[in-house]
Design a protein around this ligand. Structure first.
Ligand code: F6P
Length: 547
């Protein structure tokens, strides 16, 4: 089944939402709490180890019911079934979108062009498991017969961000292997990593779906040259493995058939950490933990597929985001993880969300006349409180934020955990309530400020409040709960793409960069510049002088 092609703004629900927005835009969330006795209970979803509180939003029961009506009118249910059944929903690239199958059960049947892909998926998982075990237990050794101590993931975009974020997030569960990530074509990046490595004990995992990406191939070639200063050509097979769909190109690079971990074109780069692209994750935390990550994601897949929309976490979060983006005109969303382990989570989400939904042509091929993809940014709390929270609290922009927290700390330092989580909860409360004039006044009086000073200071110390947040509270950071959390955002992306009537699974905007860079490179290397605008010409001249 093809995806529906409905312009959301032409639906009755959209028009009703527009009228509803005009009616409630002045409402303050704190007043809604006073009016609605059961608000906190009505706007929460308890699911497995997740507690999602979305009551601190500028919404009423009517907002939610109109947004749910919108999902009917854009045929979200039908779209979800096309998504899960292997239909070619990535129409612009002629592919299915089946990262959900990667975390499915062996007994599932998922057909692509009439063929069940589950046996292939499980064969690759078995290969990953066996390989991971021989590296982790030291049975597989390097060219001087020493066990491996370091693993380097060479890849970019989806072949880097997902594995890097998961390895960082699950570092508590890590084994003795030290992991490194080389992504940027900047030679200083690869050299900084190389200087920490011993070639005799380092395993290199080249990850590239296409095996044509300039950054990854340049880094892989540089690393191979460095390796060959120490080891011999026949030692490459012991130290280099690859993950790709392009088996021929991998072999041409000199990698043994046995050392190739295949993937499929129905796995999008930014959704690929669940495939062999996650090999570095498996090496870092062990295959069992990698499998638990997949199991968590599978649980969220089932929740998303079967749960009625009003209790469906990804659907509700997607709808709230549409509400702010398309009716309040909010341009960005912050994601604040109250866990240092989630240090790279927002960076990871930036690719997932912005590469997917940063589109302006709808599924009919027409330019959209409404806003689509949101800007995503964030840093862990409490660090972010001391960086950009000022703007969220008192700036001119509306920034809806997801606050993610884990009740249990992994190292069990309760004193720190209590402080961390008190900040998490206090910030959402402060963003909701703000600080009214009367409160500021009484505070300043208590501090014995003069009448004059009070008058001068008062406006600066007032907080409007009414800043929306979702609180995503999870029992504990485990491979399973992380899998659920990532899958939750993946499905939120899907829902928003369906409502915005865009294709979420291509990335032509990013691919343009690949073409442009190679044409300028030719100019630099040939020393004759082709036709460029004057600014570009000057930049090229400057570079040629100082390079
Ligand atoms: O950045 C564009 C992109 O195509 C991403 O979607 C992908 O994750 C990345 O390049 C890497 O591509 P590959 O895995 O083919 O090297």
């Amino acid at each position: 089944m093809a995806l529906p092609t409905i312009n959301p703004t032409t639906t009755k629900a959209w028009k009703a939402l527009q009228n509803h927005y005009n009616a409630i835009k002045q409402f303050a969330i704190k007043d809604l709490f006073l009016k609605e006795e059961n608000r906190a209970d009505n706007f929460k979803i308890n699911w497995e180890d997740f507690y999602v509180d979305f009551s601190k939003n500028r919404i009423t029961e009517e907002t939610i019911s109109l947004l749910l009506e919108l999902t009917n009118q854009v045929k979200l249910k039908e779209a979800i079934s096309a998504y899960y059944s292997g239909d070619t929903i990535n129409k612009t690239e002629g592919r299915a979108v089946l990262h959900t199958a990667l975390r499915g059960k062996e007994t599932d049947t998922v057909l692509v062009d009439g063929k069940n892909v589950m046996p292939e998926i499980f064969a690759v998982k078995e290969k990953m498991k066996a390989f991971t075990n021989t590296i982790v237990d030291g049975k597989r050794k390097g060219y001087t017969n020493k066990p491996f101590t370091d693993v380097v993931n060479i890849g970019i975009g989806g072949s880097d961000l997902g594995p890097a974020m998961v390895v960082e997030s699950l570092q508590f569960y890590k084994n003795h292997l030290t992991t490194h990530f080389v992504s940027n074509v900047d030679g200083d990046h690869v050299n900084e990593v190389l200087k920490k490595l011993n070639p005799e004990t380092t395993l290199f995992v080249i990850v590239s779906k296409t095996f044509t990406t300039q950054e990854t191939l340049s880094n892989a070639n540089t690393i191979r040259k460095w390796f060959l200063k120490h080891g011999k050509k026949e030692d490459v097979a012991k130290h280099f493995v690859a993950v790709s769909t392009n088996i021929e190109k991998v072999k041409a690079f000199g990698i043994d058939q046995d050392n190739i971990f295949p993937m499929w074109n129905w796995v999008g780069g930014r959704f690929s950490l669940w495939s062999a692209v996650g090999l570095t994750i498996s090496l870092a935390v062990g295959f069992e933990n990698f499998n638990k990550l997949l199991k968590g994601a599978n649980a969220m897949d089932i929740h998303f597929k079967n749960e009625e929309f009003k209790n469906n976490i990804p659907v509700v979060l997607a709808l709230i985001s549409i509400w702010y983006n398309n009716f309040y005109g909010a341009e960005s969303e912050a994601v604040i993880g109250y866990s240092q382990y989630l240090n790279q989570f927002a960076t990871y989400l930036q690719q997932g969300i912005m590469e997917s939904n940063g589109k302006s042509i709808d599924r009919n091929g027409n330019k959209v006349n409404y806003q689509t993809g949101t800007l995503i940014w964030g840093e862990p709390g409490t660090n972010s409180q001391h960086a950009f929270f000022q703007l969220i609290h008192q700036g001119t922009k509306l920034i809806p934020a997801d606050f993610i927290g884990f009740a249990e700390s992994l190292h069990g330092n309760q004193e720190h955990q209590d402080k961390l989580i008190s900040n998490y909860i206090a910030q959402t409360e402060a963003l909701l309530n703000g600080k009214a004039e009367a409160e500021v006044l009484s505070e300043l009086k208590k501090q014995n400020f003069s009448e004059e000073d009070i008058k001068n200071l008062l406006p600066f110390k007032i907080f409007e409040g009414n800043k929306p947040t979702n609180s995503i509270f999870i029992k504990k950071l485990t491979p399973e709960s992380l899998g659920k959390l990532i899958a939750m955002y993946e499905h939120k992306i899907f829902v928003q793409g369906i409502i915005w009537n865009i294709y979420s699974y291509d990335q032509f905007g990013v691919e343009l960069g690949k073409q442009l860079a190679s044409s300028i490179l030719e100019d630099i290397q040939s020393k004759v510049s082709k036709n460029h605008d004057a600014s570009t010409q000057n930049l090229l001249e400057f570079f040629k002088i100082f390079r």
